[in-house]
Design a protein around this ligand. Structure first.
Ligand code: 13P
Ligand code: SF4
Length: 327
């Protein structure tokens, strides 16, 4: 297990323990079932550590979408949230896609209901819609291209210059992309309830406690937090940044599951889970709905399964494939 130490500001300090990969009986059973059923376990960086340990692939939304597009397994068990499992289904309509907890949603995805986007498009029919992958399949079906935090800059740079862009649903990622690309966009007023909890004050306090530790933030954080960070990037790029930076300690501003991935890949470095405004509560309640028991149950019973309308699958696949072509 990773050691979790509390310091005087109630921050969580993660250090890798050499026995971290020891598997328990339930994990061994999951691995056995996975082989028996020809299933692949795709796992987002925010999942709990015991799930990350049994996964075939752990990564960010972009990496997971790529893996989903390439897998030859008959069953995809998606350890993440609903929109991610939907993306896997859209890319593999004939395969069975399972999500251990079917209610694992996303506040950001919920902030952009498809009927509202459809109304906007009626009013402004020439708008080019760039949708962050954290949105429903219905919203994807209304969009021109999808992006993730890992490729958003590249995707926006590819949009024809004469088109006015509406970026949905994350205003913080959209605002950051505008700064990186110098491209004006209309921003949908959505946000991630977990990432907006980091504040400038809480991070400045943390910096005083850990002088010299680079601050690495997810672009879903608010502007004042991004501005004081040394690096702003997707969860996957955080691993690369921390690997290539000579510092031994980093302050990480994203969901806490990321710490497991970082401590596993970089056992000689340590990571501070950045504090939020009033507490250290940067867990995504949706990501944490999946558990080892639900994962085992999912493999045993073949459910809960992602079921989607064929027409939505066909419409939503177009902008996702465009993204995969462009990045
Ligand atoms: P990444 O694509 O960077 O992994 O982010 C996904 C997400 O849901 C962030 O909150
Ligand atoms: Fe959605 Fe935020 Fe959770 Fe990511 S961290 S899945 S954006 S609620």
């Amino acid at each position: 297990m990773n050691e979790l130490e509390e310091n005087k500001f109630d921050l969580k300090l993660f250090r890798h323990q050499p026995d971290a990969e020891t598997l328990n009986a339930q994990q061994e059973e999951i691995i056995r079932l996975k082989k028996e059923k020809n299933a692949v376990i795709l796992c987002h960086n925010y999942q709990i550590e015991p799930i990350q340990q049994v996964a075939d692939y752990v990564g960010d939304s972009l990496g997971l979408a790529r893996q989903a597009a390439e897998t030859e397994a008959e069953i995809i068990v998606f350890c993440g949230v609903h929109f991610m499992a939907e993306t896997a289904k859209i890319l593999n309509p004939t395969k069975t896609v399972l999500l251990p907890d079917i209610d694992a949603g996303c506040s950001l995805s919920d902030s952009c209901p498809a009927p509202q986007l459809a109304d906007y498009k009626k009013k402004f029919p020439d708008t080019y819609v760039v949708a962050y992958v954290n949105c429903s399949a219905d919203v994807k079906a209304l969009s021109d291209v999808i992006c993730t935090s890992g490729n958003a800059v590249q995707i926006v740079n590819n949009v024809p210059e004469n088109r006015e862009i509406l970026f949905v649903p994350d205003q913080n990622l959209g605002q950051w992309v505008m700064g990186q690309t110098n491209r004006k966009m209309k921003l949908w007023p959505g946000s991630c309830y977990a990432h907006v909890l980091f504040t400038k004050e809480s991070i400045e306090r943390c910096r005083l406690e850990h002088p010299g530790a680079p601050v690495v933030a997810h672009p879903e954080c608010v502007e004042s937090v991004r501005d004081l960070s040394d690096e702003v990037c997707s969860t996957e790029k955080m691993v690369h940044y921390c690997k290539s930076n000579p510092s031994e300690k980093f302050i990480i501003l994203t969901e806490t599951g990321m710490m497991h991935r970082l401590t596993r890949e970089l056992p000689d470095k340590s990571f501070i889970a950045g504090p939020t405004g009033n507490c250290a509560c940067n867990d995504c309640r949706f990501m944490k709905m999946n558990t080892l028991s639900k994962l085992a149950n999912c493999l045993e019973t073949g459910g809960p399964e992602i079921i989607m309308d064929d027409k939505i699958i066909d419409q939503a696949r177009v902008p996702i494939e465009r993204m995969l072509d462009w990045s």
